[in-house]
Structure formats: C-alpha cells, structure tokens
Design a protein around this ligand. Sequence first.
Ligand code: HEM
Length: 262
Amino acid sequence: MPDLKKFLPPIPDSLKLQPRRAGTNPEPETALDNAQEAGKHAAGWIDERLQLSGAVRWALFRKVPRHDWTYTLGFSVMFAFLSQAVTGVFLATAYDPSTTNAYESIRQMTNEAFLGQFLRGMHRWGSTVMVILVFLHMAQTFFYGAYKYPRELNWVIGVVLLVLTMAMSFTGYLLPFDQRSYWATIVGVNINGTGPIVGPYLSDFLRAGPEFGATTLSRFYAIHMLLVPGAIGAMVGAHLWLVMRLGTTSPPWNKPRKKADA
Ligand code: HEM
C-alpha cells in the first residue's frame, strides 16, 4: 500500500498561515490583508478538524507528466458533471414533470424566466460536452494503457460511469416532452427491450409498466435527477480514490528512470 503522504504536493507558501513575529511579519494593514488572513484562519480551523486539505492539494497541485494536457481530461469531465448538476438544480425549480404541463413549463422557463434560456442552453450543450469529454478521457486512458494492472478496477468503474453518463443523456432527452423527444424515447426504450434476458425487464422498468404512459415521464425524471446523479457521485468518489492510491499512468513513450537518474 503506497504511503499517500509521500505523494501529496506541499501547501503553496501563499496559502500558508505565517506565524507573526515581532519585526518580521507586520500586522495586516489593509482590509484586504485582514480578509485574507481571516480566510486562511477559517480554512485552517476547518482543515484541522476534517483533514481534507490533502485531497484538495492532490487535486489542485499534483504532478503530471510535463506538456501533456490529456491528463486534464478526467477533471474536465468532472467539471462538466458539476456544471450539469448546478444548472439542473436551477432548471428543476421551474420544471413540472407532468405530461400535461412539462412542455409548457419548459417553454415558459426558456422564453419568460430571467436567464432561463441561458441556463437551459448550458444544460443542453453541457450534456453534449460531457459525453464528448468522457469518450476523450476513455480514449486517453486506453491509449496510455491505464486499464492494465493494477488499475483494472478503475477501468471497470469507468465503464460504469460511461453507461451512467449515457443514461443521463437518454433520460434527460424525454423531459421537454415534445413530439421529437416522445417518439425518440419510444424508439430508445424499444431498442433496450431487444437486449438478451434483462432487455424486456429494463424496458418495463423505464416505462414504469408495459405501456408508455403518464408515469413514464415521472420515472424518467426521478432517474435523471436522483438515481443516476447519485450513482455518478458515488462512482466518481471511488474512481478518484483509486487514482489517489495508485497514481496516474506514465505515457507509453516515457522510458523507465535509470538508477543513476533517480
Ligand atoms: C463521469 C465520468 C468520469 C469522470 C468524472 C472521471 C474522472 C477521472 C479523473 C479526475 C481521473 C484522474 C485524472 C486523469 O488521469 O485524467 C481519472 C482517471 C482514470 N479514469 Fe476516469 N472519469 C470518468 C469516466 C471514465 C471512463 C468512461 C473510463 C474508462 C472506461 C475511465 C477510466 C479511467 C482510468 C483507467 C483512470 C486512471 C488514469 C491513469 O492511471 O492515468 N474514466 N478519471
């Protein structure tokens, strides 16, 4: 088991609380100095109790191979997911998941609510961005051989995350409840039903019964905003925990260091 503390980047000097010594470290002068010091004290107080700064430091200041931006893809996916979660919460405040009002509530939030069109656009385009980023991240980890021992479990968790991301897109598509989303979802649910053994059960579960009806929309809404985001949150936690323990994979063209360089 690797000793995590060895791999943690140090706290940058600018974030360290400097003990004040007579003559060397003057009293804060401006309101901004005071505010900065208060912020550091508050963060230090919380961290002394929660001991979370290690994880934050790892995420923000960890070392990755030089000049290789592909290592930012995993965190880009996470950012896209968080953006979806935040915009989704705002959209949920105005959305009505009933077959009679869903379309009208979306029309109203888009055309009449303050910043409604902007938020909806962010959520709509954000879903496409997230799917593209997940595939790019998967391609990166595949081509760098990051699925090999000892990271197989992280690859498997990644596959579950991929399926969950697709489930988010699929269930979100029905929510505007217009002609296109209605018929496209019927086709999608029927395709699921053709799967071996579990297929018919899966399509019954998605429709909330043998027929596409009023409860199907509620079922999709619950899956879209509770079940799948919760599962993604838990899986991302496990995914990051494993990356913290095992470190990232070096690019395939990096040569192992000779003893003399070490
Ligand atoms: C919601 C989706 C996902 C999120 C938020 C996510 C996030 C991350 C993050 C932050 C890292 C560490 C930094 C990095 O190497 O980029 C990582 C690493 C990794 N991810 Fe993902 N990931 C997701 C989906 C996937 C998928 C679909 C796969 C593959 C099927 C995958 C496989 C891996 C592997 C194998 C690593 C270790 C990389 C290495 O050792 O260099 N992830 N992921």
